[in-house]
Design a protein around this ligand. Structure first.
Ligand code: ADP
Ligand code: MG
Length: 743
């Protein structure tokens, strides 16, 4: 079996280590890395501190003499650059553990990292014979020729990190390689072993302990001691590692603390990792974003990531960027994204971004920064531009589906009959880390995204209409089976000219604006007995579900004509007689024979005019199957009076005519509750009430789960619906937001 570990080489690597100086020069910066202007910093980085800068030369007449610096001075100066503060040491150590194929990396920190940093992994370990040169400068197992850099996959390659740590701290390494009975422990100072490696008990992998960081750099130590946020930077760094390397487990804790501040287990999804590290409030507000290009004349790259939406708000931007699996910064890209957010979502202009960019390795120069914090990309401008447009278009699209806050709901929820079910479908509030929490508590939001069924109007207004879960389940089961039965739509309609003509009329009469609304709308909830509230893009509509369902059924009858199951009657139905009976039923005085001739005339079924006959039959079936309000009055409106035993509020059929009048003009009637539930108390006919509640709940369920999905698939809304009150626009989000923003 091939060995997992690779021998360490001592190499002349000065050509690699010096290249960032040339890079600095070419970008117009000072060649002196110690006095160079600091590049833009992020949370876990810090400006190069100038404390170790050589003093300015005194003004002499004679040119000053040039001396060769002592090697230990050179090394310590260089070390101060690689290890700028505790978090930079931890980044190097964790990257070494990643390069060692570890599956678990644990960090312990004392006194912000100044007293102790300990990184343990379960990787392949270090060979005994490599220990003597492990901490010398420019010793590495990851590179042997300069050309290797072109295709380097490991995080490290400079062979400088461990060496640097030994120049500014005390380093102890404990390691064991596969198949060994025991491990070795050895301490280092200024690049060399302080003693022979001692055999010791060890668990798989390597543990590196860095003690008393900057013990020999008084000024640096002092500045760091005064800064309280090093541990925050360390936690932040580990968080960034753990959302990308999801197949590893990470932990980070303060020395002596029982609880870890970062603790992740291996998972297959970055979103899960983000949820566990940054909290539910961040994860739930993220959208997937992608972009790619495969054109050698412009750029070759693939970008994947998650970006925050309009509901995410934070005090500062979090940008976790990986380029070819390397945690880096790219100020140009960061700025480009910031600009897009500021322009598109000014209220959410401090986004959370997690982005991975993959490029051919030869297009990335990883050696432009001593701590490898930045990389330089071929065609960077083009890539940044393409990613910027991808982010922009995602934000614009998402802006169309937004989240309403409670204030829009107050009108509806003020009724005494309504109980808010806070805990019902909303997940518990996340334990938020740092400033990344959203302003509006989850349970106060009504989500109207069609992909998120939680938080519909129904669940906010409805105080368990069925009483117990059991009936809800049976209801679900009934309705599901009905969906299943109806799902197969025949691809070919009946082979009858009349039906074909009627279908063609439907198609040519279809209103494309309404069609868009029907196809892409999100059902919000029922606003009253016949009007449903819908969201389409940034607009809210009221839609008459009776009219819509009538039309849908009519169209479906035509499209499925001759595909229904036939019922064979033993004797043909005396249709004419039945119609006359029905007409008589409607008469106030059924016994009078008045108008009998007229009835007979109406009852004459004209079988000759095929088209109008089928049209009338289809319309009648459509009307029969439409989502009419149940006959029993709606108990959650003022219809509750009807269930009072002492004072029955008339005949249910009166109610129906009332409903019919409602269909012609929208009213918020059912929301004007009288608050009369207390007075009624025991006088309520509970049996009838529960029957009514169940009928209304079943209807609402069917509207949401049967009617709307079916409409999306099959309905061609006729142009007349745009003007006959079937669709009424009630609000446009752009206008509402203008009002909200002024509040
Ligand atoms: P680089 O990572 O650039 O090679 P370092 O100074 O960080 O340089 O590390 C030197 C070498 O020590 C690495 O090339 C690697 O072979 C070995 N090494 C360091 N840390 C570990 C570790 N945790 N597990 C196994 N090998 C390690
Ligand atoms: Mg390294």
């Amino acid at each position: 079996m091939a060995s997992l570990w690779v021998p360490l080489y001592r190499r002349e690597l000065s050509d690699i280590t010096s290249s960032h100086y040339f890079h600095s020069q070419s970008s117009g910066q000072s060649m002196d890395p110690y006095t160079a202007a600091a590049p833009p910093t992020d949370e876990w980085e810090m400006e190069i501190d100038a404390i170790e800068s050589p003093p300015p030369p005194p003004l002499l007449k004679e040119p000053p003499k040039i001396r060769r610096l002592d090697e230990s001075v050179v090394n310590r100066i260089a070390a101060g650059e690689v290890i700028q503060r505790p978090v930079s040491a931890i980044k190097e150590l964790v990257e070494n553990s990643l390069d060692a194929n570890s599956t678990s990396i644990n960090v312990v920190v004392k006194d912000g990292g100044l007293k102790l940093i300990q990184v343990s992994d379960d990787g392949h370990g270090i060979r005994y014979e490599d220990l003597p040169i492990l901490c010398e400068r420019h010793t590495t197992s990851k590179l042997s020729t300069f050309e290797d850099l072109q295709s380097i996959k490991s995080m490290g390659f400079r062979g400088e990190a461990l060496a640097s740590m030994t120049y500014v701290a005390h380093v102890t390494v404990t390691t064991i390689t596969k198949g060994q009975l025991h491990g070795y422990r050895v301490s280092y100072r200024d690049g060399i072993m302080e003693n022979e490696p001692k055999a010791c008990a060890a668990v798989k992998g390597t543990q590196i302990m860095v003690e008393n960081l900057f013990y020999n750099m008084a000024a640096r130590r002092k500045t760091l001691q005064n800064s309280a946020d090093d541990y925050t930077k360390i936690v932040d760094l580990l968080s960034r590692f753990s959302i990308h390397h999801t197949n590893l487990s990470f932990s980070c804790r303060k020395h002596g603390a029982a609880r870890a501040d970062v603790h992740t287990v291996a998972t297959s999804s970055s979103l899960d990792a983000i949820r566990s590290v940054y909290g539910v409030s961040v994860a739930r507000n993220l959208m997937k974003v992608e972009a790619s290009d495969d054109d050698p004349s412009s750029s070759i790259f693939e970008m994947n990531g998650f970006i925050s939406n309009a509901s995410y708000s934070a005090k500062k931007i979090t940008m976790v960027l990986y380029i070819n699996d390397r945690l880096v910064e790219c100020s140009a890209l960061k700025r480009a994204i910031e600009v897009v957010y500021a322009a598109t979502l000014p209220k959410a202009s401090k986004p959370f971004i997690y982005m991975t960019i993959m490029l051919p390795p030869e297009h990335v120069d990883v050696n432009v920064h001593p701590t490898k914090r930045e990389v330089s990309l071929l065609n960077q401008e083009i890539i940044v531009g393409k990613i910027q447009s991808a982010v922009e278009s995602k934000l614009r699209k998402s802006n169309e589906t937004r989240t309403f806050q409670e204030q829009t709901m107050e009108l509806l929820s003020s009724s005494p009959l309504v109980t808010r079910k806070d805990s019902h479908s909303s997940p518990s509030l996340p334990v938020s880390t740092g400033s990344r929490s959203q302003k509006v508590p989850v349970q106060k939001m009504v989500r109207t995204d069609s992909s998120d069924p939680a938080g519909r109007l129904h669940s906010y207004l409805d105080a368990k209409p069925l009483g117990e879960q059991e009936s809800r389940n049976s209801l679900t089961a009934v309705s599901r089976s009905s969906v299943r039965q109806r799902r197969n739509n025949p691809t070919e309609a009946a082979d009858l000219t009349s039906i074909q003509l009627l279908i063609r009329e439907i198609d040519s009469n279809s209103h494309c604006g309404l069609l868009d609304i029907v196809r892409d709308c999100t059902y919000v909830g029922m606003a009253d007995d016949v009007y449903a509230l819908l969201q389409h893009n940034t607009r809210l509509y009221l839609a008459n579900v009776v009219n819509l369902s009538k039309e849908l059924m009519y169209q479906q009858v035509l499209r499925r004509f001759a595909h229904f199951n036939g019922i064979q009657l033993s004797d043909p139905t005396p249709l004419q007689e039945l119609i006359i009976l029905a007409l008589r039923e409607e008469d106030l005085d059924p016994d009078s024979n008045e108008n009998d001739d007229l009835k007979k005339k109406i009852a004459e079924v004209d079988w000759e005019e095929e088209k109008s006959c089928f049209q009338a039959v289809s319309a009648a079936l459509g009307n029969f199957y439409a989502m009419h309000p149940p006959l029993l009055p709606n108990p959650s409106g003022d219809g509750l009076q009807f269930y009072q035993k002492s004072k029955p509020a008339g005949n249910p059929s009166d109610r129906e005519s009332e409903h019919n009048s409602i269909t012609h003009g929208f009213s918020f009637k059912s929301m004007n509750f009288e608050g009369n539930d207390k007075e009624m108390g025991d006088d309520i006919d509970e049996e009838l009430l529960s029957e009514a509640k169940s009928a209304w709940a079943q209807r609402e369920w069917s509207i949401q789960h049967v009617l709307f999905p079916a409409m999306r698939l099959f309905l061609k809304p006729p142009a007349s619906m745009a003007t006959n009150g079937t669709f009424v626009q009630v609000a446009s989000l752009e206008k509402l937001y203008k009002i909200f923003e002024r509040c």
